[in-house]
Design a protein around this ligand. Structure first.
Ligand code: ARG
Ligand code: ZN
Length: 849
C-alpha cells in the first residue's frame, strides 16, 4: 500500500530498544493459506536505556490472541505493528498470528516457492511472520518447532528432536530476527562432512528438489574450500554441528546467510557442465563463499542498525574477493571486479541514486542493497588494508573478532579497531563512508634535473544532498618505468591527503613513464592528459597486470568515443596493439580475453557524458560494431590458429585455467563469426558438450542475426530447465536489433514459459532490455515505455524486484532532450500508479529529482 508520503528514517535518530529479548520460542503450523505462528518471547527491561515504550513490528499479520504473563491482552495494532502496556520487570509475551504463505508474492517473510515453504527475512521480513522487535540490535536465542506434512523441515542451528509431522530446532547463538530461516518441503540432500581445525565434525547438506540432485557437487566442494580458507586466512571456524544450504527457485536476490541455514537463489548454487557456464561456476563459488563468510562477518558480529549494512556486506564482499583471488587468478579477479565496479557503482555514484557507503537516511532499506554499499564498501576495506599494511590489517581483524563477537556494531566501532591497533587517526578516511560520489583525480607531471614530479588534484562532484566535499585520503600506488621498458621504481604507495599534492622522485637518469593507481588502489576516476603512445607503451611493458590491462582499456575507450562522435574507423596503431596482445602467448588467456574485450556501450555513454558530449546510443552501438568488424579484419590471419590453440581437451572442468582458454576462444569465435558466415560457430554449437561452448556459439550467431535455427534448437532442448531457459530469454533480448529490443521483450513476456512471479525470469527478459543500451535508450522511447509497462505490472506482485529494476533509468539525464522527455514520461507514469509500493515510490522519486 502506498503511504501518502513515505517517511524516511534517519541514522541520527538511532535509540536502543527499551527491552532485551531473553529467548524466543516459535511454533509454525504450516498451511498454504493459513499458517499459524505461535510465539513466546521473554523480555526484560534494557538497562542501557530508560525508554520504556514497547513496540513490536508486525505487518500483514492477523492476530488471533496475545498474552502477557499468561493473561490475554488487547493490544493496539497499526499497519506497522503493535503496542501495549507492559510490566516494568521481566515478562513473557505470547501471540498467535495467522499468515498466508501462498498469497505472498513479494517473497519476503514466509512464502511458497514451487510448493516449498521458505523465508527471506533480511532486511525487515521477520515482521511479516510474527510480532517482534525486528531490528538487528535485538539479538536472541531461538527455538523453533515446525508442524506440517512436508518430509523435510529445517530451521537455524541444530536439530533437537523430531517426530511424525513435526521437527524442532535450537540455535544456541544469539541472533537478530533477520537471520531467522525456515524451510519445509519435498527436498533431497547432497550430503558431506567437514572437520574444523579444532576437530568439530560438521554435517553439510545442500537441499534441492529431487530433479536437481545432480547439480550440487560443485557447490559442496566450493563450500568446503571456503570453510578451509576462512580458517587459514582469518582463523575463523564454523560454530555449529550442521550447515545447511537450500536452493529456492523464486528469490529476490542472490542468497541469504541465515545462521546455519543459508538460502540460495537456485541460479547461485546449482551447477552442472551441461547447464552452467564457466561464469556461472565462478559466481556460484563466490556466492557460496560469501554467504559462508557472513557467519563471522554479519552473524557473530552484526550491524547495530541498517545504516551500517556495509559493515557486514563491504567486509564480506572483500573477503570473498580475497578467496577468489587466492584460488583463481588474482589479476583476472581484480580486473573483472573493476569492470563491474565501474559499470554499476560508478554509474550509481554519478547519478541521481548516488548515496554514501553508509547512508544517513532511507525510506525503504531494501533499496540500499546497492553496488555502493557492497562493492564500494569492499573497496573501502581494501583501501584500509593498503593504508595500514597486511600485518596491521590481520591484527585489526583479530581484534575486531575478539572485541565485538556477539555484538551489533557500527562503522565507528570498526574504524576504532584499526585506530587502536595502528595508532592512526582515521577521521579523514571516514569520509569515504559518509560522502557519496566518485572522486576525480587529475594528474600532471614535471621533469627537471633528474627529478620527476607527479601532482595530483582531487575533486568530488556534488551528489544528492551533498554539494561540497572535503578532500579524502587516497592511497595511490605508483610505479615508474624507463623509456626502454625497465621498471625504475617498483610499486610505491603515495598517501594523498590534501586537495592538491605533489610527490617528487629524484635521482633519475631519464624522464620515466608513470604507472599510476596500480591495482586500482582507490575507487577514483583518473584524469590524465596523455597520448596514445604512452598507453600503448604501458600496455606492452607495465609490470602491474591491472595497469597493463588499464592502458589498453583507456585506448579502447578513447577510440570508441572518437568513433561514436565522428563515425570514423579505429586507427591502425590501436588495432596493432590489440593484435600484439592477442598473439602474446606469455600472457594468460583470461587476461588476453579481458584486454581484447572493448568497454561496454554504457561505459562509453558515461565517458562521453563526462567529457561534455551528449551520447548517442545508436552511434555508440554502430561504433562498437565497426570496431568488432575491424578487429576481425586486422587479426583475420590469427583467428583460426588461436581458435584451435585454445581448445581444451578432455572432459569439461570449470577450473580457472580451462575457463580462461574457453573465454579467449569465445572471443576469437565472435571475431571469426564476422568472417566465416557462422560456419565455425555452428560446428561448435553442434559439437558442444558443455553449456559454456554451446551458449557462446549461440551468442556469436545471434549477435550476427545468424542463429534462428540454433536458437529454436536450444529452446527445444532446454525447455524443461528453468535456469537454462533464463539464459535463452536473456540472450534473445540482448541480441535483438536496437529497434526491435523493446517489442522483442514484450513478445517474450507472452511466451508460455514467462512467469511474472519468478524474479529470475522477469530479470532475464527485462533486465536484458535494460542492459541493451541502444535498445533501451532507443530514440522512439519504446524501451522506456515497455520497461515502465512491466514495472507497473510487477509492482503489486513484487515491490522489491520492481524497485531494484527502476535503476535502469538512473542515467536518463545523460541523453538528449527528446529521450529525456520519453524517460520522464515513463517515470511519471510509474509514479502516478495507484497504490504504488513504498519501494518503487522511493526509487522513482529519487531518479526524477
Ligand atoms: N545479506 C544477503 C547477502 O548479501 C542479501 C540479502 C538481501 N535481501 C534483501 N531482500 N534485501 O548475502
Ligand atoms: Zn552479503
Amino acid at each position: 500500500m502506498k503511504d501518502a508520503a513515505p517517511q524516511p528514517v534517519f541514522l541520527s535518530d538511532y535509540t536502543p530498544f527499551g527491552y532485551l529479548v531473553e529467548d524466543v520460542h516459535l511454533t509454525f503450523r504450516l498451511d498454504p493459506q493459513a499458517t499459524r505462528v505461535i510465539s513466546r518471547i521473554r523480555f526484560r527491561p534494557n538497562p542501557d536505556t530508560t525508554d520504556r515504550g514497547f513496540f513490536l513490528h508486525g505487518e500483514q499479520l492477523r492476530l488471533v490472541t496475545a498474552r502477557i504473563d499468561g493473561a490475554t491482552i488487547t493490544p493496539r495494532i497499526t499497519e506497522r505493528g503493535l503496542t501495549c502496556d507492559v510490566p516494568d520487570a521481566p515478562f513473557t509475551f505470547q501471540a498467535e498470528v495467522e499468515i498466508a504463505p501462498a498469497a505472498n508474492t513479494a517473497l519476503e517473510g514466509l512464502y511458497l516457492s514451487n510448493g516449498m515453504y521458505c523465508t527471506q527475512c533480511e532486511a525487515e521480513g521477520f515482521r511479516k511472520i510474527t510480532f517482534y522487535p525486528d531490528r538487528p540490535d535485538v539479538m536472541s536465542v531461538f527455538t523453533v518447532r515446525i508442524e506440517g506434512s512436508e518430509p523435510v523441515k529445517l530451521s537455524n542451528g541444530n536439530p533437537t528432536a523430531q517426530g511424525d509431522g513435526w521437527a524442532e530446532w535450537h540455535d544456541p547463538w544469539p541472533k537478530p530476527a533477520y537471520l531467522f530461516a525456515l524451510v519445509a518441503g519435498d527436498l533431497v540432500a547432497h550430503a558431506d562432512r567437514f572437520t574444523t581445525a579444532s576437530g568439530r565434525d560438521v554435517a553439510l547438506n545442500i537441499w534441492v528438489r529431487p530433479d536437481d540432485q545432480g547439480k550440487c557437487a560443485f557447490g559442496m566442494e566450493a563450500l568446503k574450500r571456503a570453510m578451509l580458507w576462512d580458517e587459514k586466512a582469518y582463523g575463523r571456524e564454523y560454530d555449529l554441528d550442521i550447515f545447511n544450504i537450500v536452493a529456492v527457485d523464486d528469490f529476490n536476490m542472490g542468497a541469504m546467510e541465515n545462521k546455519g541455514l543459508n538460502i540460495f537463489n537456485s541460479s547461485c548454487v546449482l551447477a552442472s557442465p551441461d547447464t552452467s557456464t564457466d561464469a556461472n561456476y565462478e559466481r556460484i563459488e563466490a556466492i557460496i563463499a560469501h554467504e559462508y563468510f557472513h557467519n563471522w562477518t554479519g552473524n557473530r558480529i552484526t550491524c547495530r542498525d541498517w545504516f551500517q549494512l556495509c559493515l557486514k556486506e563491504g567486509l564480506t564482499v572483500f573477503r570473498d574477493a580475497q578467496f577468489t583471488s587466492d584460488i583463481r587468478s588474482a589479476p583476472v579477479k581484480r580486473i573483472s571486479d573493476v569492470i563491474a565496479l565501474r559499470a554499476r557503482q560508478f554509474r550509481e555514484d554519478n547519478g541521481p541514486l548516488a548515496h554514501p557507503v553508509r547512508p544517513s537516511s532511507f525510506v525503504e532499506i531494501n533499496n540500499f542493497y546497492t553496488a555502493t554499499v557492497y562493492e564500494k564498501g569492499a573497496e573501502l576495506v581494501g583501501m584500509l588494508k593498503t593504508l595500514v599494511g597486511d600485518d596491521a590489517y590481520a591484527a585489526a581483524l583479530d581484534t575486531y573478532f575478539d572485541r565485538h563477537d556477539g555484538q551489533a556494531v557500527t562503522i565507528e566501532d570498526w574504524l576504532k579497531v584499526f585506530e587502536d591497533v595502528t595508532g592512526r587517526d582515521l577521521s579523514q578516511f571516514k569520509r569515504w563512508y559518509t560522502d557519496a560520489g566518485t572522486p576525480r583525480l587529475r594528474v600532471s607531471d614535471a621533469w627537471q634535473d633528474g627529478t620527476y614530479t607527479l601532482t595530483f588534484r582531487q575533486m568530488t562532484p556534488p551528489t544528492p544532498g551533498q554539494p561540497d566535499k572535503a578532500p579524502r585520503v587516497i592511497p595511490i600506488a605508483v610505479g615508474l618505468l624507463n623509456p626502454n621498458g625497465d621498471e625504475v621504481l617498483p610499486t610505491t604507495l603515495l598517501e594523498m591527503t590534501e586537495a592538491e599534492q605533489s610527490f617528487a622522485f629524484p635521482g633519475l637518469a631519464t624522464k620515466p613513464v608513470p604507472s599510476i593507481l596500480r591495482g586500482f588502489s582507490a575507487p577514483v576516476i583518473l584524469e590524465r592528459a596523455t597520448d596514445n603512445s604512452e598507453r600503448a607503451f604501458l600496455l606492452a611493458h607495465d609490470t602491474d597486470p591491472f595497469n597493463k590491462w588499464e592502458a589498453g582499456r583507456a585506448l579502447g575507450r578513447d577510440m570508441l568515443m572518437r568513433m561514436a562522435l565522428t563515425g570514423g574507423d579505429a586507427d591502425a596503431a590501436y588495432l596493432d596493439a590489440l593484435r600484439a596482445v592477442l598473439r602474446d602467448d606469455s600472457l594468460d588467456p583470461a587476461f588476453r580475453a579481458l584486454a581484447l574485450r572493448p568497454p561496454a556501450q554504457d561505459d562509453i555513454a558515461q565517458a562521453l557524458h563526462d567529457a561534455g558530449h551528449t551520447p548517442d546510443p545508436q552511434a555508440i552501438y554502430q561504433a562498437a560494431d565497426r570496431l568488432g568488424q575491424q578487429m576481425a579484419g586486422h587479426m583475420a590471419d590469427l583467428l583460426q590458429g588461436l581458435y584451435q590453440a585454445m581448445a581444451v581437451p578432455g572432459p569439461y572442468s570449470p577450473d580457472a585455467e580451462a575457463a580462461g582458454k574457453r573465454d579467449l576462444q569465445g572471443l576469437v569465435l565472435s571475431l571469426l563469426t564476422r568472417r566465416d558466415g557462422g560456419q565455425t560457430a555452428r560446428a561448435q554449437f553442434a559439437a558442444a558438450d558443455n553449456m559454456t561452448q554451446q551458449l557462446t556459439a549461440l551468442s556469436c550467431l545471434m549477435a550476427r542475426q545468424l542463429g534462428q535455427q540454433e536458437s529454436q534448437a536450444f529452446h527445444d532442448q532446454w525447455r524443461h530447465d528453468r535456469l537454462v531457459m533464463d539464459k535463452w530469454f536473456a540472450l534473445t533480448v540482448a541480441h535483438a536489433r536496437p529497434e526491435d529490443a523493446a517489442a522483442g521483450a514484450a513478445e517474450l513476456a507472452a511466451h508460455p514459459d514467462f512467469n511474472i512471479r519468478n524474479p529470475n525470469r522477469f530479470r532475464a527478459v527485462f533486465g536484458a532490455l535494460a542492459g541493451h543500451a541502444a535498445g533501451f535508450h532507443h530514440a522512439s522511447g519504446q524501451g522506456y515505455a515497455t520497461l515502465a509497462d512491466w514495472l507497473i505490472r510487477l509492482d503489486p506482485i513484487n515491490p522489491q524486484t520492481t524497485a531494484r529494476m527502476c535503476a535502469a533509468f538512473e542515467t536518463w539525464r545523460r541523453y538528449d532532450s527528446a529521450r529525456q522527455a520519453h524517460a520522464r514520461a515513463a517515470l511519471q507514469r510509474i509514479l502516478a500508479t495507484d497504490t504504488l509500493s513504498r519501494d518503487t515510490t522511493e526509487m522513482v522519486s529519487r531518479i526524477l529529482d
